[in-house]
Each structure stands twice: as structure tokens, then as C-alpha cells.
Design a protein around this ligand. Structure first.
Ligand code: ZN
Length: 180
């Protein structure tokens, strides 16, 4: 049984048992808060629990590292929707200790892509549309990365000045937040 099959079978029981009932809410974040963070699996349950966030409280936006790479990337797009459509007034950028995106290098992706059957031609063609070295590179200093991400949101021309934006590092084990 694949993991997806297991998920589908669990899901049938979840709905049949009405296990969704404690989570019913609407699309507006009750606490007018958005959190931009990493997709790391250590944070899946830990982050909302450590921050005291329940279903319906906050928009949680995730990607590898919790980064904003460019002014048009999907994290910014999500934050703009959160601000203008959903009433978000405060944003927390939360990176975490020993993040997988730390020390990630594009050069390490290339041989892995080749092994999985991606041709040099495909890499070159896609590379012409985007700076792969920058796009697939990680960061090397978590604090600096939080500061850069906060600045990228703060300085974005479409983000209103009255939105509060703060940066933090969360401990991937204890959940302790440290403001940057
Ligand atoms: Zn991470």
C-alpha cells in the first residue's frame, strides 16, 4: 500500500467519524496573523503548538526555508492575498535551527537530476528562464536569512506600511522562539 493509499483510506474514516468537527472555521484568520515558515516536517505539528495557533487562527505559508527569493515569488503572492483578501495585519517570518535549506547548493542538485534522467539540455533550457544557482541555492546564515526575508517583505512595493513584520528563529526541537 502506497502512502497515498494509506492517506485515502484514513481520510474516509476521518470523514465518516465526523472527526473534522473540532476544526470547523472560516477562511478569515481570526488573529489576523500570517506566518511564513519552512516546510520542514519537524515543524508540522510543533510550530502551531509552540505558537499557540489553532485551526482558523493564522495563515501559515510554507516553502523550503521559509524564504522570499524574488518580489514575484509565491510566498509574496500568498502574503498579498493574506493582507488584502483575508485581513492579515501582522506577519511573522519564522526560520528554524538546522534547516535543510541551510548549506543547500545548486551544484549538489545537478548530479541528482542527471541520475533521475533529467538531461543537460533540459537543465540548460530551464536555466535560461531562471537563475538556477540563485533559485536552488540555500542560505548559509539563518539570522541573516531571516533579516533578508523580513526586508524583502517590508520593502515590497505592494505591502502596506502599517503591516507589522517581525523575524524569528524557532528551535526545531523545543519550539523556543528567538526574535532576530
Ligand atoms: Zn527548513
Amino acid at each position: 500500500m502506497s502512502e497515498i493509499d494509506k492517506v485515502l483510506s484514513y481520510n474516509k474514516a476521518f470523514v465518516a467519524d465526523k472527526a473534522y468537527e473540532p476544526y470547523v472555521t472560516d477562511k478569515y484568520p481570526a488573529r489576523k496573523l500570517a506566518v511564513l515558515t519552512c516546510m520542514d516536517t519537524r515543524l508540522t505539528e510543533l510550530l502551531p503548538k509552540a505558537l499557540g495557533l489553532r485551526n482558523g487562527d493564522a495563515k501559515i505559508i510554507k516553502n523550503a526555508g521559509g524564504l522570499v527569493i524574488s518580489p514575484t515569488d509565491s510566498a509574496i503572492r500568498s502574503l498579498l492575498v493574506a493582507i488584502y483578501e483575508l485581513g492579515v495585519q501582522e506577519i511573522m517570518v519564522v526560520h528554524h535551527s538546522s534547516c535543510g535549506a541551510c548549506h543547500m547548493h545548486y551544484e549538489e542538485f545537478r548530479p541528482l537530476m542527471r541520475e533521475r534522467g533529467i538531461s543537460d539540455e533540459a537543465i540548460a533550457t530551464f536555466g535560461a528562464t531562471c537563475d538556477l544557482e540563485k533559485w536552488l541555492d540555500g542560505f548559509h546564515d539563518t539570522e541573516a536569512s531571516v533579516r533578508r526575508t523580513v526586508a524583502a517583505i517590508r520593502e515590497h512595493p505592494l505591502v502596506p506600511q502599517d503591516v507589522v513584520i517581525l523575524g524569528f528563529i524557532i528551535d526545531s526541537v523545543t519550539g523556543a522562539l528567538t526574535e532576530v
